[in-house]
Structures are given as C-alpha cells and as structure tokens.
Design a protein around this ligand. Structure first.
Ligand code: SF4
Length: 331
C-alpha cells in the first residue's frame, strides 16, 4: 500500500486514482506527520512539563535501553534542500561509508540483546546512494527478526526494482520525502504509483514537501535557520531513547548532531551498550533533566521539540497531541 500526504491546502493530482485501492491519499499524522504538526512552542513546553517527569521516573527506577537505533551507512546526499546542514552543496564532511564489518558488528550486538524495536538505516544522508543497502537490510533482518526496519529517502533513486528488493530483504517501512514546490510529484514516485499493485503488500509512505521549508535549527546547523525560535527550550527525550551511529562508526549525542560535534564513543573500541550506559551519556541526560538545554552547547542551539514516546511498545503509542492534552495521561 502506498500512502501519500500533501501539505494542507494542496489538491492531490487526479492521476493518483490510477493506483486504485493500492494508493491512498491520507491526512493521518500517525502515518505521515507534517512538519507544521511538530516543533511548536506549545509542544516544547508540553515535552518539558509532561515528558520530563516521566523520563525522570523511568531512569531513576532502572537503566532503560534505547528504542531507536539509527545507522548512517555512508555520508552524502544528492539533493539541495535549504534547511539541511548536509545537503549536496553545504555538507562539510569528507565522503566515506561505514565498513560492512562494523555494520555486521552493530547487527550482531543488537541481535545479542534480542533487540526488537526500531532500526533506522539512515541518518544525515541519502541512504539509497549506498549500493549495499539491500544487503545491509538483510544483515539487520537476520540479526533482529522482530525489529522494525525503516528507510527514509528523498526518493530520487527510488526505482521500483530497488524498492521491491529492499522489501524482499526485510525492510518494514519506506518513507519518501518528495521535495519539490510542495505540490509536484517526482518521476520515481509517479513510477511507484503506476506499479502500486506490485508493491501492495509493502508499507510505503510519501510526504510531499517544499524543498525550501524552514524547520528547526538542527542544533544550530540549519543553513536557513541558524538561531532557535523563542523558548522555552527545556527537556529533550532523544538521548534517553535514540542511539545515533554516524558513518564514521562513532555514536553522537543525537541525530541532530549532523556534523558529529558531540562524540559519545566509537564502536570500533566500545560495545554499543557500554556507550549507551557511559558516564558521558549519563552526564548529558542528567543535565537535560536538571536544567533543560541550558548547560549543553549543542542543545542550547536546538529548537527541536524534544518529543519521543517513553514507552512505544504500549498498545497505543503516545502522540504529541496526547502531551498537549496532558490532563488526559499520567503526569
Ligand atoms: S536538544 Fe537537540 S541537540 Fe540536544 S539532544 Fe535534543 S535533539 Fe539533540
């Protein structure tokens, strides 16, 4: 099934109906969240008010494991979006890719943990530029049979044969950010719609977006928004839930650290669980619980709303709307 979401006020093109019942235009934020549905001041305040105590309670009672691992298998992108600190024309990082041996090590360590939550095979890069991606999907699927494997792409290289190959290798969900003027649909997406019958058993989500959107500061790195919008900039949940591995094999504070400024450890030297439970990670978590982003250089420049579900395995995952209506859930 291909589900596609357009920005508010944009009329979907009539030819989408050619995909029949295998193509669905959706407005459901649980399937595809529009950027305007995230990162508002009210949401940042609600994360601080509602999520901070929940995470504080969970971390004082134990030492929970991450529930999202992102693996950036190589550097680089083939597009130029105005908000992106690693687009083709501005990425300062040298080219490179994560060794297959390190990828297999990560998969093996996750497998030994019985890891069954989300693995995102992308970071600050365009994952379909990595010709090894179907093989890499297979490595993680074999190591973690119950995990949710996701790829997020700009869709430029999303030809039907490659998409089918990724799902055959074990991918769970492919999301395409179709970056144009916010209404035009790129040729590869049109091709996928034409082949929707062949792809009907796969979870394919397409978000039609503007390439010139102004989003968050990306921790001070966004070329079109270097300074954060007005506060409050309090608690952020990402270092409590996400383990972000860059193409160098280093673990960074979070996926917003696109240039790898805050290094938590190197997988060539230290197992990922030890990095996750390291004194350095603990220091960043304590600071976020104690005083929000004020003590941390990277975080001070960040206006991401900090939202993550503290218990995503519950029958109904928590949404941003839930925390805005904080009276309806446990404090
Ligand atoms: S506040 Fe921003 S930079 Fe800091 S951990 Fe959260 S997302 Fe990352």
């Amino acid at each position: 099934m291909i589900r596609i979401r357009f920005p508010r006020g944009v009329t979907p093109p009539a030819w989408l109906a050619d995909g029949g019942e295998d193509v669905q235009v959706t407005d459901d934020p649980a399937v595809i969240a529009l950027e305007e549905e995230k990162n508002t001041e009210r949401q940042r305040a609600a994360v601080d008010r509602v999520l901070r105590p929940r995470f504080e309670r969970a971390w004082s009672a134990g030492d929970p494991l991450f529930h999202l691992v992102s693996v950036e298998t190589r550097a680089g992108c083939n597009h130029n979006c105005s908000f992106c600190p690693v687009s083709r024309s501005v990425d300062p990082r040298p080219p490179g890719e994560l060794d297959l041996a390190v990828i297999e090590l990560i998969a093996r360590q996750l497998g030994e943990l019985g890891y069954d939550r989300r693995i995102a095979l992308f970071g600050n890069n365009e994952p379909l530029l990595d010709a090894r991606l179907p093989e890499i999907v297979g490595v993680f699927r074999r190591a973690c049979p119950a995990a949710e494997l996701r790829v997020l792409t700009n869709g430029i290289l999303a030809r039907t044969a490659l998409v089918a190959e990724l799902f055959e290798a074990g991918l769970s969900t492919l999301t395409i950010n179709n970056y144009t003027d916010g209404s035009r649909v790129i040729a590869p997406v049109r091709e996928l719609v034409a082949e929707a019958g062949r792809l009907r058993h796969h979870d394919i989500r397409i978000s039609v977006r503007r390439r010139t959107e102004v989003l968050t500061t990306r921790a001070g790195l966004a070329p079109n928004k270097p300074r954060p919008s007005a506060g409050p900039h309090g608690f952020c949940a990402l270092p409590f839930t996400d383990l972000h591995i860059s193409y160098t094999g280093e673990v960074n504070l979070c996926c917003f650290d696109a240039h790898g400024k805050v290094r938590m450890g190197d997988l060539a030297e230290t197992p990922l669980v030890e990095i996750w439970r390291s004194a350095l990670f603990a220091h960043h978590r304590s600071a976020l619980l104690r005083s929000g982003r004020a003590e941390l250089d990277l975080c001070r420049h960040c206006d991401f709303d900090g939202f993550r579900d503290p218990a995503p395995t519950a029958s109904r995952p928590l949404t941003r709307d839930d925390i805005l209506l904080s009276g309806s859930i446990d404090p």
